[in-house]
Design a binder for this molecule. Structure first.
Ligand code: DI6
Ligand code: FE
Length: 408
């Protein structure tokens, strides 16, 4: 290598690059991206490279005909859990509703029982196997919620598992405390007492360094606006950003509660109204759409996409991977569903799993390709965002780079 050569570690050439910086539908053809360490060192037209690619970098990948995007980000999952709920799936096929199952002691509580019964290693093994599916689909950052413990020991076990996953795999994991997921059986007669317990768990787990964000499930079958606000007030005092499961099954003013606390995101938002959308626009709260949950529950009220567009609310798309309402291991499938069920454009969906998903996690170093950004990059065997959203089960990933390292 000559002494003037830039000395990059990796150089991708001849790619079709969606940088997600100059609009989601802008594709740069014949582009090159250079990586040094964990960051992007340079990007621009392949023709603008000074010197030959082989002289410039240790390794060169020719990405002819490949779409290259920021690695995908799944900003809403519950992928650490024990057991499964296929029996409830069958009950729902026979006409029993999700709410009825929850009220009868099934639903989230049944996964809580199964998760409490798992050892640390069992829980980690289950999650580690699942997480491989995200890597296979070009995901480099994933948010993981607790909320199937609902007691201190099991919430801690879940959050530690999420941290361990991040340490053992090339993925970045973001840990969200969801103690306010449902009222566990042992607190059934004292819901406000359980809210106090959530607050006390939050303080302990935060002190142990296990919490990045705080979430709650605001719904008629879960927590009220007042109860959520009590938890969020403490989260903010601790300096932790919040996000909210809002307006999924009914319109309860969840979007406004989220906006009042400057939430990073309000998620589901099927029943969010004009006031809610306006409040989210003012607070910069991202609308996270979860079409696989909508599909699984066979819902019929889609989120108010036009309101979000009109008011400039950023839209993200995520899996909501969980054993009850979204038994999926595939972000690409959720991307297809966001188009088919919610009529998002493929360009909006790509923004929804890159730059807007990063915003929903409060991360500004990824979700876009630019000099200095983290080198989390997905290379695809397809060449347009539309084709990425169009196939079902196609395994379109060619390569995944996480923090500059080739992970797939
Ligand atoms: N996310 C959740 O946390 C709940 N719904 C949703 O979309 C329920 C999860 C579950 O049933 O286990
Ligand atoms: Fe969820």
């Amino acid at each position: 290598m000559n002494s003037n050569a830039p000395g990059w570690d990796l150089l991708i050439i001849n790619a079709r690059v969606a940088a997600m910086i100059d609009g989601a539908d802008k594709i740069h053809s014949d582009y090159a991206i250079a990586i040094r360490g964990a960051s992007i060192a340079w990007l621009g037209p392949t023709n603008d490279l000074v010197g030959s690619p082989e002289e410039s970098a240790d390794k060169v990948i020719n990405a002819q005909d490949q779409l290259v995007t920021p690695a995908l980000i799944d900003c809403h999952t519950h992928l650490v859990f024990g057991g499964h709920r296929a029996a409830e799936f069958e009950q729902r096929l026979n006409g029993v509703s999700y709410e009825q199952i929850a009220k009868a002691g099934g639903g989230i509580q049944s996964t809580v029982n199964a998760t409490r019964a798992c050892s640390d290693n069992e829980l980690a093994d289950l999650a580690e196997k699942r997480i491989a599916c995200w890597l296979d689909e070009g995901v480099a950052t994933i948010e993981i919620k607790s909320g199937y413990g609902l007691d201190l020991a099991t919430e801690r076990k879940m959050l530690r598992t999420a941290r361990r996953l991040g340490e053992r795999s090339p993925l970045t994991t973001v840990s969200t405390f969801l103690g306010a997921h449902t009222i566990p059986a042992e607190w059934k007669d004292n819901p406000d007492g359980y809210v106090e317990e959530v607050i006390s768990m939050l303080k302990v787990l935060h002190a142990e360094g296990l919490v990045d964000h705080v979430d709650a499930y605001m719904e008629s079958i879960a927590f009220s606006a007042e109860q959520v606000s009590r938890v969020f007030k403490v989260a903010k005092e601790l300096g932790l950003p919040v996000k909210l499961h809002a307006d999924q099954l009914s319109s309860g003013g969840g979007a406004q509660v989220a906006a009042n606390f400057d939430a990073l995101s309000a998620d589901h938002v099927e029943y969010t109204d004009q006031q809610g959308a306006e409040a989210m626009a003012r607070s910069g709260t991202v609308a996270v759409l979860l079409p696989a949950a909508y599909y699984t529950l066979r819902e019929s009220t889609p989120p108010p996409i036009d309101l979000f567009r009109k008011h400039g609310v950023p839209i993200a798309v995520a899996t909501d991977a969980n054993p009850g309402t979204s038994p999926t291991l595939s972000l690409l499938t959720s991307m297809n569903m966001a188009c088919t069920l919610f009529k998002l454009t493929p360009a909006e969906v790509l923004a929804g799993v890159t730059c807007h998903a990063a915003a929903a996690l409060g991360l500004d170093d990824r979700g876009h390709l630019s000099i200095g950004a983290r080198a989390d990059i997905a290379m695809w065997k397809v060449n347009t965002p539309a084709e990425l959203c169009y196939w079902l089960g196609a395994r379109p990933l060619k390569h995944l780079i996480c923090g500059g390292e080739l992970a797939r």
